[in-house]
Ligand binder design. Structure first.
Ligand SMILES: [Zn+2]
Length: 490
């Protein structure tokens, strides 16, 4: 800590004091001019690299204004309202207007670090960012019309703001902390679930980054409190209930808003899978399994270009892999680590069975593709559970279409062969095993006939797509049987 007078003019009773503190963690220059009647802050430069709470605690204590011999006590000083109750510490001795001028010069991130200097400064920064002027200056981004290179800047700005809110509320109890932060942030219309309809709005993405930064490192109990607080603030659960009790697609706009809000703010911002699973479970757990399947579709089902849900596409036609990718990932995230004997395996089966009939029974190729995308162990658990319960017809039909999907999506057919082999080994008696193989072969024959009939009847004669599907299927059948025979003969 150094304090050095740089210039003193006795005739005009003008003095300048430069305060400098360099701790190795940061550097602060502070120049105050006195012209005989009042103080003026002429320049402030703060470059804080990193300030830990431990180092910060003694900051104001060391920051004492030393009067030089050449300086004289001013004959008259202006005492503002804010000075009238000042006691101790340089920052408290400064008029709040002057202190605000110092804070004005800081970047958001520096301000966030500075707020951890002491309990006193923490409170002052909180008061400073509560002013309307500050909010207008710092939280007035245009989320709709921005040039692409500015997008990273805007998102980064909200990350810094989140750090500031997080740090300047460090000393408050969680409930007070959340109240303070969300009372400020919820005033932004684009951060709300029902106030901005513009597709391509960047608001919720920024909110997601803000939210993720805010609660990073908080334990599960605190995160649970945050979720409850958010639900109360935004009526999230009530909004979800309102769409779950209606027919799929009836409240298209509300469905879209729930999807956007939950995905951007609560789910997609987590790179860590267990954390994402925790938040997804928080959203799903309040509902019965049937509604959980519907909510999963709302959150991850295929959507139209305008962002509304494409409820009927899965029923009417075979969809490409990319349309089912997200819902398969969500199922894998929730149940990927469950065993066949686990209690949660039954929940998974129920949810899946409810999902594939939303809004009506899905096209069988879409079900098969979803199972393939859910990966080996999950796909096996689902088929094995059905096989144990004697649903061999259903298992065989799915397996035949899984073989076809493997051919279409360029997966190796041996993956499907291993799956058949595992289910075969799972069955206990020789009679059950024989019945399974018999059912599977009958299904190959049945599906071939269905495809052949479809290609030669109606308007499908010469239809290139239909013929191509038949070609794919016959090819996949040949490959599958070659591998299956190889496996059993060996
Ligand atoms: Zn918006």
């Amino acid at each position: 800590m150094e304090t050095s007078p740089t210039r003193t003019d006795k005739r005009h009773r003008h003095s300048r004091v430069v305060l400098n503190r360099s701790t190795g963690k940061g550097n602060l220059d502070y120049i105050v001019d006195y012209n005989g009647s009042s103080y003026t802050l002429s320049a402030v430069a703060v470059m804080v690299k990193k300030t830990s709470k431990r180092n910060a605690r003694s900051f104001t204590d060391c920051f004492k204004l030393r009067r030089t011999p050449l300086q004289r006590r001013p004959a008259r000083t202006i005492v503002t309202r804010s000075q009238s109750h000042i006691r101790g510490g340089l920052f408290r001795r400064l008029p709040s207007e002057l202190f605000d001028m110092i804070l004005d010069q800081m970047s958001v991130r520096d301000l966030s670090i500075f707020s951890m200097v002491s309990k006193e400064v923490n409170g002052q920064v909180r008061a400073y960012i509560s002013t309307l002027a500050w909010r207008k200056r710092m939280m007035n981004e245009n989320f709709h019309h921005f040039v692409s290179f500015k997008q990273t800047f805007i998102v980064g700005h909200y990350k810094d703001l989140s750090l500031l809110f997080k740090r300047c509320t460090l000393l408050l109890p969680t409930k007070e902390r959340l109240k303070f932060i969300f009372s400020k942030i919820s005033q932004i219309p684009c951060f709300s679930m029902d106030q901005c309809e513009l597709p391509g709005c960047l608001g919720l993405s920024c909110y997601g980054v803000f939210f993720q930064t805010l609660i990073a490192g908080w334990d599960r109990l605190e995160c649970h409190r945050v979720f409850n607080f958010l639900c109360e603030l935004t009526h999230l659960l009530k909004n979800i209930e309102a769409v779950l009790i209606e027919r799929p697609g009836l409240k298209r706009y509300q469905e879209r808003q729930i999807r956007l809000y939950c995905r951007h703010v609560l789910l997609d911002c987590w790179p860590n899978q267990p954390v994402k699973k925790f938040w997804l479970n928080l959203l799903l757990n309040p509902w019965p399994l049937v509604s959980q399947a519907r909510l999963l579709f709302i959150l991850y089902g295929p959507s139209c270009p305008d962002g509304t849900l494409n409820w009927h596409s899965l029923v009417e036609m075979e969809l490409p892999r990319r349309s089912l990718w997200e819902v398969a990932n969500a199922i894998h995230l929730l149940f990927g680590d469950t065993d066949l004997e686990d209690q949660s395996n039954q929940s998974m089966l129920t949810i899946l069975e409810e999902l594939i009939v939303v809004p009506q029974q899905w096209h069988v190729d879409n079900v098969a593709r979803l199972l393939v995308l859910c990966e080996s162990s999950l796909c096996y658990n689902i088929l094995a559970s059905k096989a144990i319960n004697g649903r061999l017809f259903e298992v065989s039909r799915l397996l035949v279409h899984i073989v076809l999907v493997c051919e279409e999506d360029n997966y190796h057919v041996s993956w499907a062969v291993k799956l058949v082999h595992r289910i075969y080994n799972l069955l206990r008696t020789a009679a059950e095993k024989f019945r399974f193989i018999q059912q599977l072969e009958s299904m190959f024959s049945m599906v071939t006939m269905e495809m052949l009939e479809f290609s030669v009847t109606g308007n499908n004669v010469g239809d290139r797509e239909t013929l191509q599907s038949l070609h794919f299927f016959l090819n996949s059948t040949a490959r599958f049987h070659a591998k299956l025979l190889q496996m059993f003969v060996r």
